[in-house]
Design a protein around this ligand. Structure first.
Ligand code: PYC
Length: 404
């Protein structure tokens, strides 16, 4: 007799909501779960609730295109995302969970002089920070990706690319489940289908959270949401300079492996990688409007197909299987907002734009330290909300995979 569903042990348990937790994390995605895990594993804080209005990993964590890299533009960004990449490299053994990290290399194509200049700039900033990135030419690109049209006759000829060997893809659901299982094993309560309806603040400090399953008393609340970052922060009376736009993606039928690097074209607004199952995963820029819709559109698929075929004409017979969208919370400088706020006990880890998945481990690690020690770790010191008052922005738009 084969195994049935009942034979598998539950990876995390359902709990009743306790009347009091030391820390309440809003958002059961990668960032919320990683924060809970590092708090419990490295800071001895275990009386934690993670709340999600849907299911764990059902937001941006399960909707991204699973790309990991640290080839950013600003020194602050490079250091930060590189710490995340290092944590990803060790994550399978840290969590005892196969997260299927494939460091297959990441190529960002340049189709014009301006693009090439930005790639050179990023390569130099990366090297100074000890990150492996270099600009390569069309011949080397062709060796790495034989299916790509690198000829001078292409509609958008490829002049070169930023090549980042440590970048790659990782199974995004496995990352979520790995953190969830490890956090639950340390005593963290994971509450799915538990929507936050209010945050109580008295005399400038957080005192509790109201939910659809009852009220919780707590002195520490962490906003780890994407899509709802402004809404949740407003409940605590904290305003966020964030707008929300959908980002669409799609996946093809599986085919034999032929693409073993991640390819990005900012000019053509597309990125593509092939999963271990053989599917091609495509993503694009954020939609040019604000919305909370996570539905795909025909217009997106038309643009995507035409742009992908400019890069890899041999894909013309492939069929798309699915399309979807996720929500991206965009800040004015394309860097996140992390750390304490003007309300004591109310922390934020939001505003990730299209970079959230790459940052999950380091965000969790840094937020856990910030919450438990009361000090903002150096690695996130530049990402505080106060920078929008002081004007010390961390402009990371130039490191976006594709244009915004
Ligand atoms: O910045 O690498 C990136 C990215 C991939 C998908 C969305 N953003």
């Amino acid at each position: 007799k084969g195994l049935t569903k009942a034979d598998w042990p539950k990876v995390w348990r359902h709990h009743d909501l306790k009347p009091r937790y030391d820390v309440v994390i809003i958002g059961g995605g990668l960032h919320g779960l990683a924060t809970a895990y590092y708090l419990a594993a490295y800071h001895g804080v275990r009386n934690i609730a993670v709340l999600d209005k849907g299911y764990l990993g059902g937001g941006g964590s399960g909707r991204n295109t699973a790309i990991v890299r640290s080839n950013y533009l600003t020194p602050e960004g490079v250091r930060f995302y590189d710490r995340s990449l290092k944590l990803y490299e060790n994550l399978a053994s840290e969590l005892n969970f196969n997260v299927m990290f494939s460091q297959r290399g990441h190529l960002t194509l340049a189709h014009n002089d301006g693009g090439l200049r930005t790639m050179r700039w990023r390569a130099e900033v990366n090297k100074v920070q000890g990150v492996d990135s270099e600009v390569i030419g069309p011949e080397e690109i062709k060796k790495l990706v034989p299916s790509m049209d690198t000829s001078a006759q292409a509609r958008y000829p490829i002049l070169g690319a930023l090549y980042h060997p440590p970048g790659g893809i990782i199974r995004h659901d496995a990352v979520v489940w790995g953190y969830a299982r490890a956090a639950a094993g340390l005593g963290v309560h994971l509450h799915q289908e538990t929507e936050v309806t209010g945050i109580d603040v008295r005399h400038g400090r957080v005192t509790g959270v109201r939910t659809t399953r009852g009220d919780i008393a707590t002195g520490t609340v962490v906003n780890c949401t994407a899509g709802w970052a402004t809404l949740i922060s407003e409940m605590a009376g904290v305003e966020m300079p964030v707008t929300t736009s959908p980002l669409q993606a799609a996946v093809t039928e599986p085919v034999k492996p032929f693409l073993d690097t991640v390819v990005v074209s900012g000019t053509l607004h597309v990125y593509v990688s092939q999963t271990d199952r053989g599917e091609l995963v495509f993503g694009a820029s954020v939609d040019p409007f604000t919305s909370y819709s996570v539905r795909g559109s025909l217009e997106f698929v038309e643009g995507l197909a035409s742009n992908v075929l400019k890069l890899m004409p041999g894909l013309s017979k492939m069929r798309l299987l699915r399309q979807w969208a996720g929500l991206c919370d965009m800040t004015p400088d394309y860097s996140p907002i992390m750390g304490p706020t003007s309300v004591e006990g109310f922390f934020v880890d939001v505003g990730w734009g299209t970079y959230g998945f790459k940052a999950g481990p380091v965000a969790g690690e840094a937020m856990a330290e910030c919450i438990s020690t009361g000090r903002t770790p150096q690695i996130i010191a530049h990402f505080g909300l106060d920078r929008f008052r002081s004007g010390r922005l961390v402009g990371e738009k130039g490191a976006a995979a594709v244009g915004h």
